[in-house]
Design a protein around this ligand. Structure first.
Ligand code: UDP
Ligand code: MG
Length: 334
């Protein structure tokens, strides 16, 4: 029987959580009584995660595993999971039990009522520090202001996505995958349920460093807005107008009032300031240029089957499991 619900689970070094996660979610899914599948995407884990997943798939026919050849990042893992999920409704969910599986039933209920996207929104983010919380709030305000896509704050990857939307998402080929924006882009009817994010199970803390978060935030802006690129026309116009007026004032001061032109210090400050501005504007152009470069290279988003995994998309849709091909084995040895 083809699955109605697909759980897409990115996994990166989660050997401490996999058993608990499977037990908790299986209980909920059995209670919902719809055919279901797990699509685990092992994102190049270096611990025993992949072994545990393969063992689970051997005993539980609901479990499918995609294995990446290396760590490609959670966003890419989710993309692969969405492409391989076969359910009528797909639910991306974290493996560390921070996304309460009890919500799945509620999500399915909203979906049955006609929503194409059911967001699980964190009502409070007490588990995060105050600076991180307020920075994130400010960030989403800026992002909404800069883009035409309505990207909801506090909604993460935990959500239900109907097949209609998943099919649209699977057609979005961009390499820089800002999932929150990508999820929001197709539109459709959205419902929201609230939840309290749990503590991370199995300890270990979040795998997001500050720099990773910073890149993530920039990715969101640069992938969904061209305002940073275009704003420099106006900054330039403003500066040019300002300096023209300033030049006029100086000429009048010298010719009419005989004032000496003052200012080594002010000259230097202005010089450095405007140099700084033009370097920033170059940097921002560079961000877009780098993105264009990444896109035109046209590389695949991820490599499947490093050690074990689905051979291809078609096999995945049939739910068939493939051992790694000889070609992959050779690449591994090299
Ligand atoms: N994850 C992944 N690849 C990565 C980092 C994380 O697949 O490079 C997975 C991880 O195993 C977990 C989910 O993404 O299932 C969320 O990761 P984490 O708990 O570190 O992030 P946070 O909860 O802070 O968003
Ligand atoms: Mg987590």
């Amino acid at each position: 029987m083809s699955p109605v619900l697909s759980l897409v689970v990115p996994v990166y070094n989660e050997e401490r959580n996999i058993a608990a996660f499977l037990a908790a979610t299986t209980k909920e899914l059995e209670a919902i009584a719809e055919p279901y599948e797990f699509v685990f995407v092992d994102d190049g884990s270096t611990d025993g995660s992949l072994g545990l997943l393969i063992a689970a798939s051997a005993t539980d026919a609901h479990v499918k595993v995609i294995s990446f050849a290396r760590n490609f990042g959670k966003e890419t893992a989710l993309t692969a999971g969405l492409a391989h999920a076969t359910g009528d409704a797909v639910i991306p969910i974290d493996c560390d039990l921070q996304h309460p599986p009890e919500l799945i039933a509620q999500m399915v209920a909203e979906w049955r009522k006609g929503a194409d996207m059911v967001l699980a929104v964190r009502s409070t983010r007490r588990e995060e520090s105050w600076p991180r919380r307020s920075a994130s709030g400010l960030y989403y305000r800026i992002l909404r202001w800069l883009t035409s896509v309505d990207i909801p704050a506090h909604a993460g990857d935990f959500r239900l996505i109907s097949r209609k939307v998943v099919d649209v998402l699977n057609q979005m080929p961009e390499r820089h995958r800002f999932m929150k924006g990508i999820y929001a882009w197709p539109g459709f009817k959205t419902a929201t349920i609230e939840f309290q994010a749990a503590e991370r199970n199995g300890g270990g803390g979040s795998k997001w460093s500050f720099f990773k978060l910073w890149r993530f935030a920039l990715d969101g802006i640069f992938s969904f807005s061209t305002v940073p690129l275009k704003i420099w026309t106006y900054v330039g116009l403003l500066c040019a107008t300002g300096s023209f007026i300033y030049a006029l004032v100086t000429v009048i001061q010298v010719l009419w009032f005989g004032v000496d032109v003052p200012g080594y210090a002010s000259l230097l400050a202005l010089l450095l300031f405007f140099n700084g501005l033009s370097i920033i504007s170059n940097g921002i152009q560079g961000e877009y240029l780098a993105r264009i470069f990444d896109e035109v290279k046209g590389r695949p988003l991820y490599v499947v089957g490093g050690r074990w995994g689905f051979g291809d998309h078609a096999a995945a849709r049939g739910g068939k499991r493939l051992e790694i091909s000889d070609a992959t084995k050779k690449t591994d040895a090299a």
